[in-house]
Design a protein around this ligand. Structure first.
Ligand SMILES: *Cc1c(COP(=O)(O)O)cnc(C)c1O
Length: 405
């Protein structure tokens, strides 16, 4: 079997940082992908919330093709059109006034952390450097961002961690209020903790955080790397949560699958970066920015966002109904097309069984299934997922509230 040879070579030649599912994906269309043997899968992973327009979206493909012919890369020693147009597009549709481009989520968060420290130093002196992040958060795998990540399993073995971070329990305003001190430069959080198991921030909590930050000139940083780009049914998740940050990071869905990251900030904050403060060779390159521009055009035109909102509600309802049918399902939570289902069984085994039956899902934790499909997912595709979950839960020991199946 050719895919077996490929897997053998992967075992031999790649650093073993991932435990992969046993399929080789060769192409995709919309919310479906196909493996080397031609088997079809409905894709509820979407490249981990990256393929917002689905696979093979004509506008995205065409933008990449055109830009590839025109100019792929020149560095930031020169101006390029796609980068400036994309920055303007993001500024026009957010709280922000300026954008820094890089190549990944971790790098976007690095930029945010550096910007916050620089701002803190300039405004309040060198003692102002601490960033408070949340327990159970996820911000990336570089040394600074794994330190920002409030999960021991991500940090273990990489000590010493970066100084200047502290961790607060999520959605607990009293706790963070008592942690803030003269060292605090920023509070950084995901509007929805995604990798940590899909926990949505309370509106009141965010409002209190915003007020606290404003009063004490502490920067509020939203990591919208997973929640942004239409994922929750609005262009940015915080539009629904009633609070604006001072700094925000984007990556994952921003260019629909082409690597890119962005750190956005208000003018007063962005001014802390001056020529030489920060840089990236590939950051904002024309190819990635042309792809991101195409994604932004499609999303902001409206139809795909409408679909994301409708299908988000449909998926949430389908999962909630599924919960009512199965004792094994403990909770369903999320916003739009970022949904999590907590199960009282091995989530990874459910993922493997679903794969064998032609549906890609992912386990955010040992107990939480996560659904982050392309925003162009359709009703029959969601139905297929729910039907499959019913079958898989009925097979499991404690399955079924109604035993008449
Ligand atoms: C994926 C993710 C990151 C890290 O992005 P990379 O591109 O993998 O570096 C950071 N924050 C959040 C919220 C994410 O979901």
């Amino acid at each position: 079997m050719p895919s077996q040879n490929l897997r053998d070579d992967a075992d031999k030649y790649l650093m073993q940082t991932y435990s992969r599912q046993p399929i080789t994906i060769v192409r995709g269309r919309g919310a479906k992908v196909y493996d080397l043997e031609g088997r079809e899968y409905v894709d509820f992973v979407g490249g981990i919330a990256v393929n917002v327009l689905g696979h093979g979206h004509p506008d995205l493909v065409q933008a990449i093709q055109r830009q590839a012919v025109q100019l792929i890369h020149t560095s930031n020693l020169y101006y390029t059109e796609p980068q400036v147009k994309l920055a303007k597009m993001l500024v026009d549709h957010s709280f922000a006034d300026r954008v820094f481009f890089c190549n990944s989520g971790a790098e976007a968060n690095e930029a945010a952390i550096k910007l916050a420290r620089r701002y803190g130093h300039e405004r309040h002196g060198p003692g102002r450097f601490e960033v408070i992040t949340m327990k159970n958060s996820f911000h990336g795998r570089t040394l600074a961002t794994l330190t920002a990540t409030g999960q021991e399993k991500v940090q273990k073995g990489f000590e010493p961690l970066m100084p200047g971070f502290a961790y607060a329990p999520f959605n607990d305003f009293g706790a963070i209020e008592s942690m803030v001190n003269e060292k605090t430069a920023a509070i950084m959080l995901e509007p929805i903790q995604a990798e940590g198991g899909v926990y949505v921030a309370d509106r009141d909590y965010l409002r209190h955080l915003r007020d606290l930050c404003t009063q004490q000139d502490i920067l509020l940083i939203f990591d919208e790397i997973q929640t942004g780009m239409g994922r929750t049914g609005t262009f940015l998740a915080h539009e629904q949560l009633g609070v604006k940050p001072d700094i925000m990071t984007l990556a994952k869905g921003l260019a629909g699958g082409v690597p890119i990251g962005a750190c956005l900030a208000k003018e007063s904050v962005a001014a802390a970066f001056t020529p030489g403060s920060h840089a990236s060779t590939f950051g904002g390159n024309p190819l990635a920015c042309a792809a991101a521009l195409a994604v932004c055009h499609v999303l902001l035109e409206g139809k795909v966002l409408d679909q994301a909102r409708r299908m988000g509600e449909y998926l949430a309802k389908g999962l909630a109904d599924c919960k009512d049918r199965h004792r094994i399902v403990k909770d369903v939570r999320g916003l739009g097309l970022l949904q999590g289902m907590e199960v009282e069984t091995d989530a990874r085994a459910v993922v493997a069984d679903a794969l064998a039956r032609g549906v890609l899902i992912n386990a955010a934790t040992e107990r939480v299934l996560r659904f982050v499909p392309p925003l162009v997912i359709t009703q029959p595709e969601v139905d297929k997922l729910i039907d499959l979950l019913d079958i898989l839960f009925n097979q499991r020991p404690t399955a079924g509230k109604d035993s008449h199946h």
